[in-house]
Design a protein around this ligand. Structure first.
Ligand SMILES: C[S@@+](CC[C@H](N)C(=O)[O-])C[C@H]1O[C@@H](n2cnc3c(N)ncnc32)[C@H](O)[C@@H]1O
Length: 246
């Protein structure tokens, strides 16, 4: 697998810049919470709170939403400063007692037992993993979910303008992936290093044996003024929200 220490440095640097600019994500990820909310409507009453894990939880805004819904919440992240923000965020919002664990580790190798979680979410994390780590991360999702458990992921889709413009530079041993390093801020997609733009038919192979694997494409055009700043006439953002049931 890729050097965890390199990834850790990259993301801690990114968070340091985000903290300095007050630019880290403080909003629950809409595409993820909408899918979790639909799933929750059909869950039978239970005498214990559901336990959800966010893989790559960042500053934890989506964990706060899950805790608000009464869940026990756990998060893993490779960046120490991100986990500190997540703990502060949950505590400030009054949910310290709903924290299962906040653990520093890679999403590709977590310390939890098989079938620990009722649900697992991720947003904008798996898309930045090199191929062996990406495959291992999906394998962790399958291992950590209990039967009938929910996975919701939110990741870059191959309709994205950045991929469409640069697809002749796809990595030969990892089609769909680009190495992006334009020298801009590490907050921007175009300078984050590896980015994988998923094909809709990739997920079923990454989550074998799941009862449901349902990716949904969402797109929107950036305002023209914003597209121009990036050197484009038109710029399409494209993400898959993947809903899967084990
Ligand atoms: C783009 S941020 C998204 C944060 C959060 N999911 C959100 O939507 O607000 C990516 C997060 O994944 C974490 N991350 C990246 N690679 C990771 C890895 N291999 N294992 C664990 N966390 C990782 C980063 O530290 C960062 O917090």
């Amino acid at each position: 697998m890729t050097q965890t220490s390199d990834m850790k440095r990259l993301w801690e640097d990114s968070f340091e810049e985000q903290i300095a600019r007050g630019a880290y994500n403080t909003a629950p990820v809409e595409a993820v919470i909408r899918s979790v909310a639909y799933w929750l409507r059909d869950q039978p009453p239970s005498d214990r709170p559901l336990h959800f894990l966010e893989m790559g939880c960042g500053a934890g805004p989506t964990l706060v939403w899950l805790a608000q819904k009464g869940m026990r919440v756990s998060g893993v992240d490779i960046a120490t400063n991100a986990l500190e923000l997540a703990r502060e965020n949950l505590t400030r919002n009054g949910y310290a007692d709903r924290i299962g664990s906040l653990t520093e580790c890679s999403v590709s190798a977590t310390p939890f037992a098989d079938g620990t979680f009722d649900g697992i979410i991720e947003s904008c994390v798996f898309q930045h993993l090199p191929k062996p780590d990406r495959i291992a991360a999906f394998r962790e999702v399958a291992r950590l979910l209990r039967p009938g458990g929910l996975f919701v992921g939110n990741m870059l889709a191959d309709a994205h303008t950045t991929f469409q413009k640069l697809k002749d530079k796809q990595l030969p041993d990892d089609p769909g992936s680009l190495h992006l390093a334009d020298g801009s801020s590490k907050i921007h997609l175009t300078n984050i290093g590896l980015a994988h733009f998923f094909r809709k038919d990739e997920y079923a192979g990454l989550l074998p044996g799941f009862a449901v694997v349902d990716p949904c494409l969402s797109t929107y055009y950036l305002p023209k003024s914003e597209a121009k700043k990036r050197g484009y006439d038109e710029y399409l953002q494209a993400m898959h929200t993947v809903v899967a049931i084990k």
